[in-house]
Every structure is written in C-alpha cells, then in structure tokens.
Ligand binder design. Structure first.
Ligand code: ADP
Length: 460
C-alpha cells in the first residue's frame, strides 16, 4: 500500500478520497486554490499545498504546479477524483512518466475512451450494442445526408464532449443546419476538438449505467447498475440503484456487456459504462467514463463495497478478495445532488455564504459534503453543496428516508435545489419508477407548480 497520496481535486470528492485514505492508513495531501484555503478538504488532509489562484485554470487544472506539489510532499500516487483532470490523458501520462502511480486507468485507455467516436467503435468490436450513428461528420451536408438515412430525430455529439456540452438534438433538416453549427462551435470552445458525429435520437430512453472495476491480476467485476434518468439539460440530478427498470436477467446482460468492453480495452481501476435503455429492454452503449463517478455512493450503499478504497487498493497492486458471485444488490439507494442554485429562477447558480449548516441523520442516511457553518461557496467552481444518499430495504423506504433527510437538512443563507428534489420525490411518474430522460421536461409544469405551492406555504 502507498504511504502518501496526493488528491488532485476539491470539495466533497476530495474529502471522500481522504476518508478512504484514513481507513487504509495512508497519508493524504490536499491541493487547493487561494479561494479554497479555508476548505474542509484542506483542513482534513494531513498536508496541503496551494497550487494557484482562484480560477480552475490557475489551480486545479495547473498540471506543473500539481506535479511539483506531489514532488515536494513525497506523494507516491495521485487520485484525480472526477471533473478537473480526471479524464485528462496527458496528465495521467505525465504522472506515470514522473513515477507517480495514477489512481485510474492507463493514459492510453483514457485517451481511447475519451473520444466518443473511438469508444463507440471499440464497443462495436467488443460486440456491445451501440446507438446507430455515423463516424465523424465534417460538413453540414454530410450531416444532413446521414440524418436522412437514420431518420429524425437525431442528436449531434461532440466526440470530445462531456458534461452535456457540444450536444444538440435536431428534429428536422432546418434544425439540423442550425444545431450542427451550434454543436461544433460549443465543442470548439469547450474541448480540444470541435469534431462531431451523429446518432439516432432515441425517444424516451432511460439512462442506465454499469459500475465496474478491474484489478491488475486479470479480474474484471461489475457492481450492478445505476439509473440516472432524472436529468436537467443532460445533467444528472438524482440517481438510484438498482434501476426500477432492470431485472436480474437484464442486470446480468448489461453487466456482461460492460465487462466485455472493459476487458477488450485492457481496463483497470474503477469505470462506468453508460447505456441508454429502451422501453422494450434493448440497451445501447453510449460512452465510458474512465474515473470514479459523482453517484458512486448509491452503488456502495446497495453492494456494501467501498469502491473508493478498492480503487486505491487495486492501484497499489492488490487483487480483489471477492468474486462476482459475492457482489449482491441489497435494498435500494437514492442520491440527491444538492446544488447552490435557485430552482425557481431557472436553476441559476447562487454562490455565497452558508451561515448555518445542519446535516440530516438517522437510519439509512449518508451525507457527502464539504460544507460547514459559515462556509463561503466560491463562485469559481461547480455549485454542488452536498450529496445526500439514503438506503432502505426497498425503493419505498429509500424514498421516504430521502424525503425525511431533505427536510432535516439546513443550508441557511442561500437557495438550494432541495425543494425541487422534494417535488421529484412526490411526483407520481417518479414514484411509479417510470421516469425516463424526458421526465423533467415532460413534468416541468407540475414540478414548478409544486415549487410555487411549497414556497407559498413556507412563507405563510
Ligand atoms: P455527456 O458525456 O456530455 O454526459 P452523454 O453521451 O453521456 O453526454 O449523454 C448525456 C445524456 O444525453 C444521456 O444521459 C441521455 O439523456 C442523452 N442522450 C445522449 N445520446 C442520446 C441518444 N442517442 N438518444 C437519446 N438521448 C441521448
């Protein structure tokens, strides 16, 4: 096992990694920006190094300074968390070349899977079903021709894309001509490449993803699925495990497909294979995330496996001490991402001071957060305040616990997405387990009306 790990991240995920380090008896090094000097991840770590000024580019994306921090503190390994440099193949390669163990898959695999068009062709080669689509399309004319062939609606996707960016749906040729340019422009501004491809746009699918992990002794295991269909603008808001739409047979088939792909690319470490699940039970590979996901805790809650500790253990060369047959999904878990944003004002981010914070507790409740009373949420990074995760013997109990936990939770001083989550938890479509990726759009007026009523009754 390592003696010391540098955590190249901030916020709740940096804390999550440090907690795993503590339990493993490993020292942790925090890096931080000037704005995060008083952050919990800095206080919690055994050592900390300021790597730059406030913006992400100056600090959490500042590769030379992060490597220097690892050198001066004598860290042996680097954990990137999610976001920032987690899927940056160049950073992974520099770490490897500088003799720091990268806690993640190899730079080569990150590069291959980070390019969505390449990842899709790898999935096809591994006999994993993919959404019908094209290779890269260089001109709008080529795009129009392909769309005609697949039939509208289609989706234009940036091959280097992520976080819902560089993606546009088109329902006819006029929309395609406008959105092709928009997708390329957005991709060019956000990513290393502005290349795009086209896919058939599935109507009302569910987003179901499989968690997997490989060690360096030839074992590749899957840990069941998560349903992340409750999304806003392709960004996940609430996740659950297991998926209400997946039975044991489908779980096995999706798990097998994910493992087949991971084995084919020589994967090690934790990763997620994302699928779109059609109403008729057919599923299609969408992309692979070569890192730990925000929503990993729901899988930890239902399987009882500490994914973060195992991610570190396999990076240190350990072999799994359990097999696929030992991994059982027990009960149901839900995660709500509580953001500092105003759901009544189109989810506008609202950074600022949390004057008072009170955490929910009681049976089956887990809170992953970096917030404390009097914490200042900086405007420079994402607006995630906390992940609240509940576990119950079944979905009904997990939902009831989430409602209770959300009403116990206090973030005084700024608006949060909590009231919106409470609306989702009361929504009949969600409660029936029928939410697809169109849920939010289709139910928006009901959810907003509920929000108005809730706000009025709170004022009264
Ligand atoms: P990103 O990498 O930006 O997160 P993804 O490829 O994972 O993008 O897609 C994000 C979301 O967009 C999916 O969860 C799904 O809701 C929607 N989506 C993507 N591709 C399709 C498709 N072909 N048909 C229908 N919905 C899609």
């Amino acid at each position: 096992m390592f003696n010391k790990i540098l955590i190249a991240n901030r916020g709740e995920i940096a804390l999550r990694i440090m907690r795993a380090c503590r339990e493993l008896g490993v020292q942790s090094v925090a890096i931080h920006s000037s704005a995060d000097a008083d952050s919990l991840h800095v206080k919690y770590a055994d050592e900390s190094v300021c790597v730059g000024k406030n913006t992400s580019a100056e600090s959490y994306l500042n590769i030379p300074n992060i490597i220097a921090a690892a050198e001066i503190t004598g860290a042996e390994a680097i954990h990137p968390g999610y976001g920032f440099l987690a899927e940056n193949a160049e950073f992974a390669q520099i770490c490897e070349e500088d003799q720091f163990t990268w806690i993640g898959p190899s730079a080569g695999v990150i590069r291959q899977m980070g390019d969505k068009a390449t990842a899709k062709s790898m999935a096809i080669a591994a006999n994993v079903p993919v959404v019908p689509g094209t290779g890269l399309v260089d001109t709008v004319e080529e795009a129009a021709l392909a769309a005609e062939q697949f039939g509208y609606p289609i989706i234009i996707k940036a091959t280097a894309g992520g976080g819902g960016k560089g993606m546009r749906v088109a329902r006819d040729e006029d929309e395609l001509r406008v959105n092709y340019v928009a997708a390329r422009t957005e991709a060019g501004a956000s990513f290393v490449s502005d290349a795009v491809y086209i896919e058939k746009y599935l109507v009302n699918p569910r987003h179901v993803e499989v968690q997997l992990m490989g060690d360096s002794h030839g074992h590749m295991l899957h840990f069941g699925e998560r349903d992340c269909s409750v999304q806003r603008r392709h960004q996940k808001l609430l996740e659950e495990a297991p998926s209400p739409a997946v039975d044991d047979d489908l779980r096995q088939r999706m798990g097998d497909a994910a493992v087949r792909l991971a084995k084919a690319v020589g994967y090690r470490s934790a990763g997620t294979v994302e699928f779109l699940l059609h109403e008729d039970g057919s599923f299609y590979f969408m992309e692979m995330n070569t890192r730990i996901q925000v929503e990993h805790p729901v899988t930890e809650m239902v399987t009882g496996v500490d994914l973060m500790k195992w991610m570190i253990r396999v990076a240190a060369g350990e072999a799994f001490d359990f097999t696929q047959d030992d991994i059982k999904v027990q009960g149901h878990a839900i995660e709500c991402r509580i953001n500092a944003e105003n759901p009544e004002r189109n989810f506008m981010p609202c950074p600022g001071r949390v004057f008072y914070y009170h955490a929910p507790g009681g049976p089956g409740v887990r809170v992953d957060t970096h917030v404390y009373s009097d914490y200042m949420v900086p405007p420079y990074y994402d607006s995630l305040l906390a992940k609240i995760i509940t576990h119950g013997k079944d979905r009904e109990e997990a939902v009831a616990r989430m409602r209770r936990a959300l009403t116990e939770c206090v973030f005084e001083g700024l608006p949060t997405s909590t009231p919106f989550h409470l609306e989702v938890l009361d929504n009949p479509v969600f409660l029936e387990g029928k939410a697809t990726t169109s849920f939010l759009e289709e139910e928006l007026s009901h959810l907003q009306e509920g929000l108005r009523v809730r706000a009025k009754s709170e004022k009264a």
